[in-house]
Design a protein. Sequence first.
Length: 583
Amino acid sequence: MKLKNRIRPFYQAIPKLLTFQLVSFLLLSLLTWGISALCGLLLGLTGKTAVTSGDLSFVFTHWQGYVMIALILLMVISYVAVELNALLIYSSKLLDGEKTSVWQSVKGGFAALKKYLNLRGLAVVLYAVVLAPILGLGFSVSLTSSFYMPRFIMSVINNTPLFSIGYTVVIILLTVVAFIYCFILHGALTDGMTMKQASVNSRKLVKGNLKNFLFELICFLVIATLAAVLLTACAALPLLIVQLIPMGETALRFCDILFTLIPLIVLLFAALMSVSFFVLKLTMLYKKYSSEGEWQYRKQDKERHPFVITAVVLVLILCVAFSVVGVNHFDEIFHTQITAEIIAHRAGGIEAPENTVKGIEAAYELGAMGCEIDIQRTSDGYYVVNHDADFARVAGVEKTPEEMTLSEVKELSVDGEPVPTLEEMLDASRDKVILFVELKGATADDQMADDAVRIIKEKGMENQVVLISLKYDILEYIEQEYPEMQTGYLAFISFGQIENTPFDYLALEEEISTDETIAAIHDKGKKIMVWTVNEEDDIEYFMTSDADAIITDSVKLSGEIKEQLSNRSLLEIILQKAYSLVQ
């Protein structure tokens, strides 16, 4: 097939697909806002402002929680109806040259929801809503596109051979399943099949056209990638030309911002259209294979699309307006000052044996502001430092701290270093780094809180320690009983106004540490730490955000990146901001 014939259906469909995306975005955004507001009101009736990973049980112990679950399910169903069903129906009608509208397709998408009322249908929804975004396989609804496997869980998987093998096997199996059943929705939604019939039909079509199917998908991916690269390169050309033209600082800032925004928008447009194009391509192949090659694409009549043209003009006007604002508020918008501090995860990160005195010393020498450690109680009531439930990984002993006495723990070695007590870590950190002490594991309770506060006060280090935990109730207890102590709440799931929680620090996992959340936390006079930030791109991203600190294993690398960021050029500052927006 000629290249022109391969790409014609896509560029002809751009105006209508873009219209679909814009209308569906507005519709679903309004729905999401409404349901979020209702959930916020329900939370308010219970006296809570947020539900987080530390108190998820609340949802299942209050009627408000069940209503919130119902509302969220309604929102998920609506996204499935619009972004899966309606998009596929709309694409099918476009390819057949039928007259249709976004609203008719949306109506059809909701009507088709009854197709999912069976085990196969529920499996399709589970895959599209949960598994696809978490595992990065196939396409998913935008509502859950940011779902992810928490980094601390992935670190356990990657560091445990059995878990790593199992995870890889699961990825391979789900990839194969997604490939085999990629046409299941086409059969169910466009040809009136049941989910069972559609699944059998999908297997038959994929098996019978395997070579051509693989060839077509590879061609699609190659052409789509080249088109996105070419468009972005053309859009970035004015930015390169501007660098060669002598001009004043203000004019240069304006041009750099404007001509960085344009290729950024092109990239966002490519990302926006990628799902639509992928669905369109699958639909074309489904029609071709179902008709045994007899189906032919019907060239669309030329139409005017004033809505799309208006949207493009509006975007260009907004780019110019933002560039003017950016020039006048450059330092504020682009975060020219790098203020985020470095906190060493598990005492010293990868720079020394974890959770040891040597780790604190290494972190201090590398310029870390703080060190995070994990304490657990021994059977005879002492507090030792260890991250895992037992000592198997770090010391080769499959016993938990609560099963051992202090003297038994002291016989262990972590890469040649002894397992320290809380007291020893306090002495090592005094007047050097802030110690973030996580109350950890099965022995993390009110007694641990009482004992930790007592030990810290005996050392006279109240102002050099922050008590942190994943357990919400323990931190609430500390706030009530010891208001003079600083507290920090660790969370990897959050819904609601987490900034209203009564703690001094909020330590949030990377994916929920958005600019909006950071700003809201600062508005309440609290500090935010992001964990666990180890990759170079992620370190750069959060270093140039308003976060107060990052918790990282890569202390040395973080220090080097912080120094590099402090010496950026004007263009580098703007490009890094643009990159952070794309992320």
